[in-house]
Write a protein that binds this ligand. Structure first.
Ligand code: R5P
Length: 314
């Protein structure tokens, strides 16, 4: 496509390759490395002057390095006179720090929005932001796609029969309702409280799961505390089959141990974050779904100034 330039950071080059394959193009040439002290060095080998430039970079662990690399990319493109710069962030880190819910804490999601904008981003393309309102932290366009079409196709392929969509916490109820409508299932909601960054406690479930196939969808599995507790609760309440899915497999700390031990029949995540060898080895029930076509199609539409929201946004 004329005047389109797509570059990748180092957080998820495989996904970037799949995106450009979908678009029938190739990644822009770049030299990206670290100085001996760890600082990032970048040089574009492609001319971006007057071009529609995209840089694909998830910001999973090490979040700060990946974020800084993205900011440096954007600064570089701005100084090289790109006409428009889109930060494509399949996984947008720090999104869970989106409000001041107690005294003396930052709103880091807003800080990240400021950093991206000041660096020179013209727009952001992301997927299943933890809270859709984060779009309002930006004064530039933000396209927040949903992995729902990819997930729904996967669930349908499992041929599960009658299901109950269980929201693992109140905050996810809207997402669960969307899936319940798409898949024709019933809805149940778990009352969860977070007691620390890695511990969640589930108190009760509103709705009946006895003898049902249960499907639980979340935006993120981080330490897997939420899903571990939710799976335990629905099993106690008589669920017959448990399917768990999350867009972003952050899989931090005890997550792999917890998921390996949990009584989950199918587990699905997308490829917004590369899967570790350990996770691949220890989670035989895990399926990785690709969002490359979803992101590729959104890039095509943004580039052509066509509607993205009509197809993908919740
Ligand atoms: C919380 O509001 C999110 O939607 C996820 O449920 C949460 O981030 C998952 O974290 P963890 O896997 O550590 O319980």
């Amino acid at each position: 496509m004329k005047d389109l330039r797509i570059f990748t950071g180092r957080s998820n080059p495989r996904l970037s390759e799949q995106i450009v394959n979908y678009l029938g193009t190739s990644l822009g040439g770049v030299q990206l490395e670290n100085f001996p002290d760890g600082e990032i060095s970048l040089k574009l080998f492609e001319d971006v002057r007057g071009r529609d430039a995209f840089v694909v970079q998830s910001t999973q662990r090490p979040c700060n390095d990946h974020l800084m690399e993205l900011l440096i990319y954007i600064d570089c493109m701005k100084r090289a006179s790109a006409q428009r710069i889109t930060a494509v962030m399949p996984y947008f880190a720090y999104a869970r720090q989106d409000r001041k819910d107690e005294g003396r804490v930052p709103i880091t999601a807003k800080l990240v929005a400021n950093l991206l904008t000041v660096a020179g981003a013209s727009r952001v393309l992301t997927l299943d932001l933890h809270a859709a309102q984060i779009q309002g932290f930006f004064d530039i366009p933000v396209d927040n796609l949903s992995a729902e079409p990819v997930m729904t196709a996967f669930f349908e392929s499992l041929d599960v029969g009658p299901i109950t969509l269980v929201s693992p916490d109140i905050g996810n109820a809207k997402r669960a309702r969307v899936y319940a409508e798409r898949l024709g299932g019933e809805l149940a909601i778990i009352d969860k409280r977070r007691v620390s960054g890695s511990e969640a406690v589930t108190y009760n479930i509103i709705g009946d799961v006895r003898g049902r196939t249960v499907l639980m969808v979340d935006d993120i599995i981080a330490t897997a505390g939420t899903m571990m507790q939710a799976a335990r609760l629905v099993r106690e309440r008589g669920a017959e089959r448990i399917i768990v899915a999350a867009t972003h497999g952050v899989l931090a700390g005890p997550a792999i141990d917890r998921l390996a031990a949990a009584e989950i029949d199918h587990l699905a995540i997308t490829d917004t974050i590369p899967l570790s060898d350990e996770a691949r080895r220890r989670l035989p029930n895990l399926t990785v779904l690709s969002v490359s076509e979803l992101l590729g199609e959104a890039i095509r539409r943004i580039h052509r100034n066509e509607s993205v929201s009509s197809l993908f946004i919740k």
